[in-house]
Write a protein that binds this ligand. Structure first.
Ligand code: CTP
Ligand code: CA
Length: 234
């Protein structure tokens, strides 16, 4: 891509990319997490920077920061939400795997194996509460219907209620974002894997673009190609 015709087509565009799986603490040494590597979000940030965008990467991953990208490190869904809502960008890409739930109580001290003297063999029960849906918040807080452009991600499998694209279309409508990147998962193939197949769905057309199996960098290029016509700066 370096030296290619796409160079600098995102100049003057401020993009925010979120990446990685959030970590929801239970106590000072433990958290609830997920298997998201963050690689797709980092590829999106890297490609956008190479194409001239001003890039803010809000991440709960510890991958190396791509060249020309401003990193904001977060850990939890609530921290990620605070940072994303504080930005004023032209495009927000929610590639992060945001935990749907977090422990209702975070212990200030390490939870001991024997936590109940009356019943030394008891195991604790972890109560969870829902995290806010950041993507939905972004859409609802948008003052102008076309700015920022909001991109969601979804890992989907087909099931008895419909195929991957049917589920993805329903999610796009539910969330109200402009573009949804649907990852085909299943058979344990996607997480951490280098090549993926994704479907790009836009809210303004029933057409679906399928990419892959392709590298995360090729997927990132295709996502920015799809975002570019929706961007309105100034
Ligand atoms: N997302 C978010 N805030 C959450 C959960 C998800 O912003 N609390 C975003 C993700 O970053 C992603 C999109 O919403 O861009 C879809 O996430 P997904 O987990 O597929 O959707 P959910 O609505 O959580 O549905 P599911 O029950 O399938 O997990
Ligand atoms: Ca979810």
């Amino acid at each position: 891509v370096l030296g290619g015709p796409q160079d600098d087509d995102l100049t003057g565009v401020h993009v925010v990319v979120t990446a990685g799986g959030t970590r929801e603490p239970l106590d000072p040494v433990r958290y609830l997490g997920n298997r998201s590597s963050g690689k797709q979000g980092y590829a999106l940030a890297e490609v956008a920077a190479r194409r001239g965008a001003k890039v803010t990467l809000i991440s709960s991953s510890s991958l190396p920061t791509p060249a020309g990208v401003d990193l904001v490190q977060v850990e939890t869904a609530l921290q990620l939400r605070e940072q994303v809502l504080a930005t004023r960008a032209d495009v927000v890409v929610m590639a992060a795997a945001v935990a749907d739930f977090r422990p209702a109580h975070v212990s200030g001290t390490k939870i001991k194996k024997t936590h109940d003297a009356a019943d030394p063999d008891a195991a604790p029960t972890v109560e969870l509460v829902r995290n806010p849906d950041i993507l939905v918040d972004l859409v609802q807080r948008r003052a102008d219907a076309s700015r920022p452009v909001i991109v969601g991600f979804a890992a989907e499998t087909g099931d008895q209620n419909g195929d991957v694209i049917t589920h993805a279309r329903a999610k796009l409508e539910r969330k109200g974002c402009d573009l949804l990147v649907a990852n085909e998962v299943g058979d344990g193939v996607t997480f951490g894997q280098d090549d993926t197949t994704v479907h790009l769905l836009r809210r303004d057309t029933p057409d679906v673009t399928t990419i892959g199996p392709a590298s995360k960098s090729a997927v990132a290029t295709a996502v920015w190609d799809a975002v570019l016509p929706l961007v309105r700066t100034s």
